[in-house]
Design a protein around this ligand. Structure first.
Ligand code: B1M
Length: 211
């Protein structure tokens, strides 16, 4: 089964095979979201589990992450094609001090698939860069991702910077990432929280009254 080959290639950190197998799956007509969820995301969850058990280490996580990115590069246009309706503009980034971008990229891709125009600021995005980008791109939603407990305060700092620049009322702010919770989102006065990429897309639509 092709999805199992993708799962194994990501788990092994084999970017070449991941890309080849993702292409085979796409050519065979397997839905891009299924390839993403059952192949790539499932494998990265297993990588995380093995890391937590001490059976994989940081460099191995990194090469698995790169393999996943190789697959994602092929999936992106297919995911983006899933829904053509322009739903709104999302500015997305991983907050200051945090280099984890796989989940943020997934959220961005699923939002593209949900019909959003997505402006991706990358990772380690300082509050001032979010502010500048809101002024430049005039998004409907600012979406922040954090994977480290130590970088969650950067979300607060970004919301404060938007408030100081008189931009807070012009955008909906969404937060997410493994250590982030609804309670934290409430505490920092974010407008929305989502636990994963597909619910993030639903939440963004809900915030804009387009659910
Ligand atoms: Co790091 N890392 N890492 N890491 N890493 C974690 C996050 C960790 C939980 C591992 C562990 O200790 N068990 C731990 C954080 C502990 C904590 O703070 N609670 C950790 C650590 C400690 C670190 C370093 C400090 C390690 C070190 O150097 N000693 C270091 C920090 C570097 C930095 O950022 N400054 C580090 C580095 C790295 C790598 C570079 C090796 C690599 C990142 C590569 C990359 O992203 N380009 C990496 C990886 C791969 C992981 C794990 C294994 C996997 C993360 C991932 O990509 N998951 C992770 C362990 C784990 O998750 N079990 C771990 C797959 C991804 C699809 O899920 O990102 O959760 P996720 O995104 C989900 C949801 O969270 C949600 O939707 C996504 C898709 O469903 N979501 C949102 C995410 N953003 C959202 C935004 C939204 C809504 C939903 O709205 C806006």
């Amino acid at each position: 089964m092709n999805l199992e080959s993708i799962y194994k290639a990501v788990l092994d950190g084999d970017a070449g095979t991941t890309a080849e197998e993702v292409q085979v799956a796409l050519d065979a007509g397997i839905a891009s979201e299924e390839i993403l969820t059952k192949g790539c995301i499932a494998a990265m969850s297993e990588v995380g589990r093995l890391f937590e058990l001490g059976e994989k280490f940081v460099p191995e996580m990194l090469i698995s992450a790169r393999a996943m990115q190789a697959g994602m590069n092929l999936l992106r246009p297919y995911l983006a094609e899933q829904d053509f309706e322009a739903t709104g503009k999302v500015l997305i980034g991983t907050v200051a001090g945090d280099l984890h971008d796989i989940g943020k990229n997934l959220v961005g891709m699923m939002m593209e698939g949900g019909g959003f125009e997505v402006v991706d600021l990358g990772s380690d995005v300082r509050p001032e860069r979010f502010v500048d980008a809101v002024q430049e791109h005039e998004p409907d939603v600012v979406a922040m991702s954090a994977l480290l407990t130590t970088t969650m305060p950067s979300m607060t700092a970004t919301i404060d910077a938007l408030t100081d620049a008189d931009l807070r009322d012009q955008v909906k702010v969404m937060v997410g990432g493994a250590p982030v919770t609804q309670a934290f989102a409430d505490k920092i006065n974010a407008d929305g929280y989502a636990a994963d990429a597909s619910s993030a897309t639903r939440k963004a639509k809900e915030l804009l009254g387009k659910a």
